[in-house]
Structures are given as C-alpha cells and as structure tokens.
Design a protein around this ligand. Structure first.
Ligand code: CA
Length: 511
C-alpha cells in the first residue's frame, strides 16, 4: 500500500511538472504582412491613417523603433525569418526561383516542432518549394490573389475560396486553431497578402479615404542628384506605376488580370466604385505632367490604405480570438512586415533599396508577463533576430549557426546591453525587375554606408541626423572621412563575421 501511495505521489508530481513545463512554453502567432510600410501605422506616428489593432499590440507589448530587414524583398525576407540566417547563408538571395529555397535546412519552426510545438503556416509563403516540418499549412500559390484566391493544401490540391483574401486567411487560421491538439503549445505564422501590389481593397473598404487629400512627401519630386542607383531605378509612381493593373483605370473585367477572377457580384461593386472614382475623374480632367503624377499618388494612397484597413481589422479579429479563448495571456503575438515600402518618398513605390523606408520594417511584439506594456525599444534589431528570439522564448537554445540574436534581453525596457550590435548589415542582390543595382552596407544609429556594385561601382554615405531623407550623398565630403573609415571597418567586420563571400569579392577581401 505504501509503495502504491509513493507511486501515485510520484505520478502526480510528474504530471504537475509536465503541465507546468508545457505552460511555460508560450504559444506563438507571427502575423507577417507584405509590403506594409511603417509610415502607414499610427503606432509609428503615421500622418496618413489609423491602425488601432496594430497599435494595441504595441501598447500592450513592445514597439521596435529601429527594426530593419537584411534584404528588402519578399522571398528572401521569409527565408531569413524561418532560418535566422542572412540570405547568403540560407541560399535564398533573390525572388527568382531558378534555385528553389531549400526547405530541408534548419528552420526555427521545425525545431519548435521537435520540442513539443504544433506548427502551421497559413497564407502567403512565396518560397516556391512546399513547406517541410510543419503540422499544417495552406498556402497562396506565389503572390496569390486578393479576390477568390486559390490555396495549395497539404495533399497538394488547389482549392479556391470565395471572398477577400485577408478575411479568408484569418478564417483558415481560426479553423486550424480550433482543431489543434490543445495539450501542446502552438506556433502559427499568418502570411498576409496585404498590402502587396496591386492594392485591391475589400469591398467594404472601397472609398474609405475618398475624403482625404494626402500630403505629398517633401522628397516626392526627388531629382536623385549624386545618387546614380536612385536615378536609374524603375519603380517610380511617375513612370512605372501602371494605369490599369495598379490604378484600376478602365478595367476590362473580362480580360484584365487579376480583376477577371472576381465574380459578378464583386465586379459589380468594384466597378461601381472605380468607374466613378477613377474613370470618370480621369476622363474629365485629362491630367498630364505634374498633375498626372499627383493624381496617381492620391489614387495609390487611397488603394494602399484601404487595403491596409482590412489587414488591421483582421489583426483585431485575431486578438479578439485570443481574448475570447483565454489564450492571450500565454501567447506571444508578433506583427511585422516582410520589409518596408515607399509611399511616394523619392517619388517611389516598391522596396529593395537600403534607404530608410524599405530598410525598416514595422515590428511590434506582445508577450504578457515578459514584455512590460508600453515598452519602446531603440536598439538596432533585424528580421534575422526573430527565429532565435522565439526559440529562447520556448526555452530552446538557438543553434550556433543562427546568425541573429535573441531580442528577449533587449525588450526589458532598459538600454540595449553593451554587447548589442552597433550596426545592422544589409545585402540586396537582385538586379532585374525595377532595375535596382545590387548593394550592401551597414547602418548604425546615426550613419549609413552603402556600396553599389555590378553594373555600377559606387559608394554612398548619409548622416541620418543631418539628412534623414537621404537626399545628399556625402561620401566625397572630406569632413566625413573619419566616420566613413570607421563605417568601412564595421562593414569589413560584418562581411568577414558573416562570411558573405560575394560582398568580400566586391571589397577584394580574402575570407
Ligand atoms: Ca514584400
């Protein structure tokens, strides 16, 4: 009898211990949007719009005010998020999939799964190869569509969902969460399509900004003096933005991609709005020259911000789901974009450049009991840090070859530890669409040094305190020579530490 009691006691202790261990591992939701600019988020002081639900995550957790990406492009950003490695180390440097992403390599989601987690990726994935090491996935093929999107399922069928993509992705997420094994913690990445080009809003948000005239950024008509790469790009609102595909002018709903995929009821509402707001206005005014560029900017902002309204609303639905199911208190919620985006700064849309608007990414994180509400972090952080952060939160040591660092030490609301990085390293490789020359560089809390290579060979230097909009390349200014030398040493240090052989070749370094 005594032995039986001892055994029962032992079983009870073991059971309590395993329950408390499991509870210590937080659930994780990463909401990863696409091309959502910090300039369009009120927590970042947006002058353009309100984002109450993203702001709520920032208010109840931390806002990272110096969050960057290591390569400002869709697929490489996702690869870095998953691997905790820079593009040259995880093998995915560009959006061209002649060499598909190797999903069999080390991914933080697989490591979580090996440590008791259930894992899922839902929505935009954009890595060509199908996922590996997840309990569940349902993906948009490539970029996916805003209306009636196809999804690839785990048995490799394609299913079409009727409706608007951001709502559908949330619904699929809830469906999986409702069916999950509740004895285990979960990690789900919600891969949003919004706010990627072509910025088609949900029907209920059409016209949401019609009453607003947006102020043009003061560098909207940049002449790119002293910046050859900026001058040679093909991503301007003036020249690159397309009238039908982007601006929805005179859409032929029978022929024009992607609008031909809408159903009759959707087309009727879409057409009722755009035929008045765009076609009629454009036909009546015959905009040309500067007035045409201004008109395009106003339309771009209206579509972009209306599309973002659904994104924020659906983030609100996810937060409400966590509240109503009692999951909020033990769930980490991260909201971030895969990179920043130009909302007319330098006259542009798109991303790619190491200039501020595309180098930065919005990044807010709620972690009840660990991150104090209202925390503001100014340390230099990057998307390469997400994987090691989430592994540490789950009580798992990050593998030594992960190149990012856990953010948990810097979210305590204190100054960054002395050992924290002094510069963020960046490397953009793709030279094709939008004609942005490859470049790499470092950004410190005040300065930025960029080396363009390939078809051109040039350096750029900016003092962000004196020139926050990066209008004056002051690399040749002798007054900056000692700061530039210091940054060049930092650059060499980073290229060497990270073993970026292609950058080393440009710098004629032997690694
Ligand atoms: Ca993107």
């Amino acid at each position: 009898m005594k032995h039986v009691l001892q055994l029962l006691l032992l079983l009870a202790i073991t059971s309590v211990t395993s329950v408390s261990m499991a509870q210590k591992q937080p659930n994780i939701i990463v909401i990863l949007s696409d091309d959502h600019a910090y300039q369009a988020i009120s927590a970042y002081g947006s002058r353009l719009t309100q984002t109450p639900n993203i702001d709520r995550i920032a208010r109840e957790g931390a806002i990272f005010r110096n969050a960057f990406v290591n390569n400002s492009l869709c697929a490489p950003s996702r690869a870095t998020l998953l691997t905790g490695k820079y593009s040259h180390s995880n093998g995915l440097t560009i959006n061209d999939f002649s060499q598909p992403f190797n999903v069999k390599q080390q991914l933080f989601t697989r490591i979580l799964r090996e440590h008791n987690y259930q894992t899922a990726w839902i929505g935009k994935w954009h890595l060509q190869s199908l996922p590996d090491g997840f309990d569940y996935w349902q993906l948009l093929p490539d970029q996916g569509r805003y209306y009636n999107p196809d999804f690839i399922t785990m048995n490799k069928d394609t299913v079409q969902h009727t409706g608007y993509v951001t709502n559908i992705i949330t619904d699929i997420t809830f469906d999986w969460l409702n069916r999950r094994d509740t004895s285990k913690p979960f990690c789900v990445i919600v891969g949003e399509k919004a706010t990627h080009r072509e910025w088609s809003p949900d029907l209920q948000d059409l016209g949401a900004f019609d009453h607003v005239k947006f102020p043009e950024p003061h560098d909207f008509r940049d002449d790119y003096k002293g910046r050859k790469a900026a001058a040679d790009q093909d991503m301007s609102i003036a020249k690159t933005m397309q009238f039908t595909y982007d601006l929805k002018l005179h859409i032929n709903y029978k022929k024009d991609h992607p609008y031909k995929k809408m159903n009759a009821a959707q087309q009727e509402k879409f057409s009722a709005y755009y035929s008045q707001a765009v076609d009629k206005d454009f036909d009546a005014h015959h905009y040309t020259g500067d007035s045409l560029v201004s008109w395009k900017y106003q339309r771009y902002m209206k579509d972009y911000l209306s599309t973002a309204k659904s994104l924020d609303r659906n983030i609100g639905r996810i937060l409400h789901y966590l509240d109503s199911t009692g999951l909020s208190r033990n769930t980490i919620v991260i909201y971030m974009s895969d990179q920043g985006f130009y909302l007319g700064e330098h006259g542009w849309f798109d991303k790619r450049f190491m200039y501020e608007e595309s180098l930065r990414t919005p990044f807010v994180m709620r972690y009840p009991g660990v991150i104090k509400p209202g925390t503001k972090v100014d340390a230099l952080v990057a998307n390469v840090d997400v994987a090691p952060t989430l592994l540490q939160a789950a009580g798992i040591a990050a593998p030594a070859d992960m190149q990012g660092a856990s953010l948990l030490p810097v979210v305590k609301g204190k100054p960054a530890p002395a050992a924290w990085r002094k510069a963020v390293y960046y490397h953009y490789y793709e030279f094709g669409t939008h004609h942005v020359y490859p470049h790499f560089g470092v950004r410190t809390d005040r300065y930025k040094l960029i080396r363009f290579y390939g078809p051109i060979d040039s350096w750029e230097f900016y003092d962000l305190k004196k020139d926050p909009h990066e209008m004056h390349n002051s690399y040749s200014d002798k007054a900056n020579s000692s700061v530039i030398s210091e940054l060049q040493r930092e650059l060499v240090k980073e290229v060497t530490r990270l073993k970026d052989t292609s950058a080393a070749g440009v710098l004629r370094l032997t690694l």
